[in-house]
Write a protein that binds this ligand. Structure first.
Ligand SMILES: Nc1ncnc2c1ncn2[C@@H]1O[C@H](COP(=O)(O)OP(=O)(O)OP(=O)(O)O)[C@@H](O)[C@H]1O
Length: 955
């Protein structure tokens, strides 16, 4: 950790006066152990009980604990951070360190500590356990302190405001967010404000919207920590595992006046810059909290831009879509990677963070998308330029975090050197982008005019020559980790420092020569000159030569066979050397701080460079993936009626895990519904996701894994995929399914792409089938969203005959010698069965169970169905290698889109799986009349329950 300690020159942070900023912890804090919350944070009861008689040091500890009610205080004692009493017990347990005891005249106090030099893993454990940690550092040099060393809380480490590199994942963002409700008069539409800050980089985002929009946006921002103000709605994360900790923070900082005042330090006339009152309050509060955690030292100077945005300016991907498309998190779809992994060929942390940001927020502006494609195309074509850029970027450090540390006054000399090394690649990058390094073989390419996008990026590569030269002149090439112990500033940078160093050097040279001089003077050949920490310089003479010691030698130390002496002149020289060294160290520190401040003054420009490098790296990554993975540039059509046309599309993640991925076409006119059927495991989900991922990739600016693609711009992507339980979230599988469906039916429109995978699976077949059909009809008739609908309800394929824009697709498989082979190839028309039993057999379900299942299916099915076709509809492959009966089924499988249902499917339509008779017409009509768009999940459940009861009653 690059925290400066124990130095007299360190600006002494005031002990935060913000007493009891946090509301009482209450139950709103998630993730913090409940039992010890009250005793471990703030002032431990054991210390409070002895408050009156504590020694000065423990009294200081108590004073620092008291205002930090919600944080566990770690108190610097020498090289350790210590905690006492109940807090010590927690530290000992969580960090697995020994619980010891501190005894003094006032009593015995349990004590546990962690080494400051290696504090990161322990702090990490405490954060993981749900604690916020306040670091009470020594803020004056212990050697120079008269009496008790001054200490102050310099930082409160919380999950969302961590700044130490050791505690942060490289190339990621770490946000703390605040949500605030607006004043009713100012915000009559009741909007909620959301503001997020990445304290490590200074990025600050602000938006506002209704409750649902903000809930969705929070899932996208995915903060590590959320603070809430008075009357703000309670936002729980959609995914409990990846969720954030929520707590209520001091209501005062959400006040409009307080927020305006705070924001004035960051931008002018804040009250005019924010449309919604709620936005202003959220922004003020989140910055107040960020400042508090950084030791309440005033505004964060590296938050140079507060970016207001409207989530509608980006492709909206809610948490469910991000999850089911496995953008950042693998859910086990045939490979262990995510889309992010497949796309991440970035060369530095800046690019990685940018890629993640882009992927969370794909574009909707056609020109912006095409512009990124232009740049990717150019980088893909010009391999030497791309490789040169990649090589240069691979030596770039994380400027965004570096500049944060520099501005906070936490950067050490190595950080400045890292900044220098990064600045040093900028001229090289500019030259490479200009094509100057192209060889003759690429001369044509080099002559080609570059794309506007890359030209603009090159222009934004600010060389910051003055900063680079300053660091180079001032800072040693390989400086030590400590900035207070010398060796940091280069010779020649400062005359006064050089003079002090010369004095020190001359003194040391004089001492180095002393041995020879004194040997000559005394005639004692064994005389030696040495130095130790306790006694300093000495002249050592063995006892055998004691009688030859000159008069001016003063005895300093007696050893077994020798004596150690000093001379007045040696003492004088020693004092000179020590004084010069100490003054030089202090002066170096001052000069270093001065250089750091001069660099910090260029924060905004450095951040601008960081942005350009980050974008360049992300574009380079797209180009590298496009070349390596054989991706194609999608043609983006700016037309409200344009549909999806993909030739030979592939799933970017699954294809990496499988040796032979079968490409498939997709032709989806705008507003159409593709009903996709086929055996289990045949590739329905993979196909649907491939289409959605092509859209996400294209709108992010990437090329797509296909032979050719023509795509429109969608503004929202919905998924209802899989039927995973949300036990932690307190919802049943079916309830969750219905909630997601409800959202789609409410919000999807003609600019949406919708993926529905087995809707209705979570309940009884009859009900599920009815809901699936009603939903498909509603999407077609009322919403006009372009939809892919995978289902095992084969009756749904009937819709193709009834609705204009519904068509059927299906997957096929072959069986040879009892082995089923999935062809993973999509073909037009409807399949007729789901072959669950065959897949169960493939998966190794014991033979008796498979046989019994087969006979049960046969009993339920129409005699002409499975009895006549034991292969269960598995079709002939194109070589015709299967038996006659399979070939016969193949004909049914590849029936045209508008095929009328076969006798067997019609028959099975009237039966539920458990053999109960089908729905009476009036019940069916009632079910169909349910307006799902207007129905809450609980109403849907009640309606279904009512229908079931009536069926049971024989209605
Ligand atoms: N086009 C393809 N080429 C090669 N392998 C594929 C292809 N599509 C899918 N697969 C493989 O088949 C597996 C099953 O695919 P998927 O889950 O998409 O099937 P499904 O039809 O949706 O199954 P279910 O109906 O059981 O949900 C995938 O994990 C993948 O490994």
């Amino acid at each position: 950790m690059a925290v400066e300690r124990s130095v007299s020159a360190v600006a002494v942070s005031e002990v935060p006066t913000a007493s009891a900023r946090f509301m009482p912890a209450g139950d709103r804090i998630r993730g913090m152990p409940t039992a010890d919350r009250e005793t471990v944070t703030g002032l431990p009861p054991g210390i409070a009980a002895a408050r009156e008689e504590l020694t000065p040091m423990l009294s200081q500890y108590a004073d620092l604990c008291a205002p930090h009610e919600d944080a566990l205080v770690l108190f610097q004692v020498g090289d350790f951070y210590e905690a006492f009493c109940e807090a010590a017990t927690a530290v000992s347990r969580v960090c697995e360190v020994t619980l010891t005891e501190r005894s003094d005249s006032t009593g015995d106090y349990p004590m546990a500590g962690v080494p400051i030099d290696n504090a990161a893993p322990y702090l990490d454990s405490l954060l993981d356990a749900g604690y916020r940690v306040a670091l009470a550092d020594q803020v004056e040099d212990a050697d120079q302190a008269s009496g008790l060393v001054d200490r102050a809380v310099t930082e409160v480490i919380t999950p969302g405001t961590v700044v130490e590199d050791d505690l942060l994942e490289a190339g990621t963002t770490n946000y703390v967010a605040a949500v605030a409700a607006g004043e009713e008069e100012a915000d009559p539409d009741g909007s909620v404000g959301l503001a997020a800050v990445d304290v490590s980089t200074g990025e600050c985002l602000v938006t506002a919207g209704d409750r649902d929009a903000i809930a969705e946006e929070l899932d996208r921002v995915a903060p590590a920590e959320l603070i809430t103000g008075p009357a703000a709605p309670d936002f729980a994360p959609a995914d409990a595992e990846r969720g954030w900790t929520t707590h209520e923070y001091d209501a005062d900082v959400f006040d409009r006046c307080a927020a305006t005042e705070r924001l004035s330090a960051y931008l002018s006339a804040p009250e005019r810059r924010f449309d919604a009152d709620a936005e202003l309050r959220a922004a003020g509060a989140v910055l107040a909290y960020a400042e508090y955690t950084q030791g309440d030292d005033g505004p964060l100077s590296y938050v140079t831009r507060i970016r207001r945005y409207d989530p509608r300016d980006r492709l909206r991907l809610d948490a469910a879509a991000q999850r089911s498309l496995e953008l950042f998190e693998n859910r086990g779809l045939g490979a262990s990677d995510t889309l992010f992994d497949a796309l991440d060929e970035t060369n530095c942390a800046l690019g990685r963070r940018r890629l993640e940001r882009w992927l969370r927020r794909p574009l909707v502006d056609v020109e912006a998308i095409r512009s990124r494609h232009d740049a990717v195309g150019e980088l893909a074509d010009r391999s030497l330029v791309r490789e040169g850029v990649a090589e240069a970027l691979s030596t770039a450090y994380d400027l965004e975090r570096l500049v944060g540390r520099i501005s906070r006054g936490r950067a050490d000399a190595r950080d400045l050197r890292s900044l220098h090394a990064t600045l040093a690649v900028v001229p090289e990058l500019k030259a490479t982008l200009a094509g100057e390094e192209d060889t003759a073989s690429e001369a044509d390419d080099a002559d080609r005019p570059r794309t506007d996008h890359l030209r603009d990026l090159r222009d934004r590569l600010d060389e910051l020559v003055a900063v680079r030269e300053l660091i180079d002149e001032a800072i040693a090439v390989t400086p030590p980790p400590e900035i207070t112990e010398g060796g940091v500033i280069r010779d020649g940078f400062d005359d006064d420092l050089d003079a002090l160093r010369a004095t020190e050097r001359e003194g040391r040279e004089w001492v180095a020569d002393l041995e020879a001089t004194e040997r000559e003077r005394t005639g004692i050949d064994s005389l030696s000159v040495g130095h130790n920490q306790v006694h300093g310089y000495y002249i050592e003479v063995t006892d055998a030569n004691a009688d030859r010691v000159p008069d001016d030698y003063r005895r300093r130390q007696t050893l077994k066979n020798s004596e150690r002496y000093v001379t007045p002149e040696l003492k004088e020289r020693e004092e000179e050397i020590v004084a010069a060294a100490e003054r030089a160290d202090a002066m170096e520190y001052e000069r270093f701080v001065d250089v750091r401040e001069r660099v910090a003054a260029e924060t905004e420009r450095i951040q601008g460079l960081a942005e350009a490098l980050a974008e360049l790296d992300a574009l380079c990554s797209f180009a590298a993936v496009a070349v390596g993975g054989d991706y194609v540039r999608p043609e983006i059509v700016d037309d409200a009626d344009a549909g999806v046309e993909i030739e030979g599309g592939r799933h970017p993640v699954v294809e990496r895990g499988s040796g032979s991925f079968v490409p498939n076409d997709a032709s989806l006119p705008r507003g159409s519904i593709a009903v996709i059927t086929g055996p289990n495991m045949s590739g329905k989900s993979t196909y649907m996701r491939s289409v959605a991922l092509a859209v996400v990739l294209a709108q992010t600016g990437s090329f797509v894994p296909a032979q050719a693609a023509t795509l429109p711009v969608f503004d929202r992507l919905f998924t209802r995929v899989g039927a995973s339980d949300d036990i932690a979230g307190g919802q049943s599988t079916f309830m969750r399914e219905m909630s997601e469906l409800t959202e789609i039916l409410h919000d999807a429109g003609s600019d949406s792409l919708v993926l529905l995978d087995e809707v209705g699976r979570g309940t009884a077949t009859t009900d599920g089938r009815a809901i699936a059909r009603a939903a498909a009809e509603f999407i077609h008739d009322d919403l006009g969203a372009t939809t892919l609908f995978a289902t095992h309800y084969h009756e749904l394929t009937d819709l193709a005959a009834e609705r204009e824009r519904v068509f059927n697709l299906h997957f096929t498989a072959t069986r040879e010698d009892g082995d089923v082979t999935f062809l993973h190839r999509i073909v037009p028309g409807a399949s007729s069965s789901s072959y669950g039993v065959e897949v169960a057999e493939l998966a190794g379900v014991p033979a008796p169970v498979v046989e019994r299942s087969r006979s049960l299916v046969t009993e339920d099915d129409d005699p002409v169905g499975r009895d006549a076709d034991p292969a269960g509809g598995i079709v002939a492959d194109e070589s015709g290698a299967t038996g006659d009966d399979e070939a016969a089924r193949g004909a049914a499988d590849t029936a045209p889109d508008d095929a009328t249902p076969t006798a067997d499917t019609r028959d099975s339509d009237t039966r539920a799986d458990d053999g109960t008779p089908g729905l009476a017409p009036d019940l069916a009509a009632e079910l169909r009349d349910i307006d799902l768009a207007q129905t809450t999940p609980i109403e849907a459940l009640n309606a279904l329950h009512d229908l079931q009861s009536r069926i049971d009653d024989g209605e």
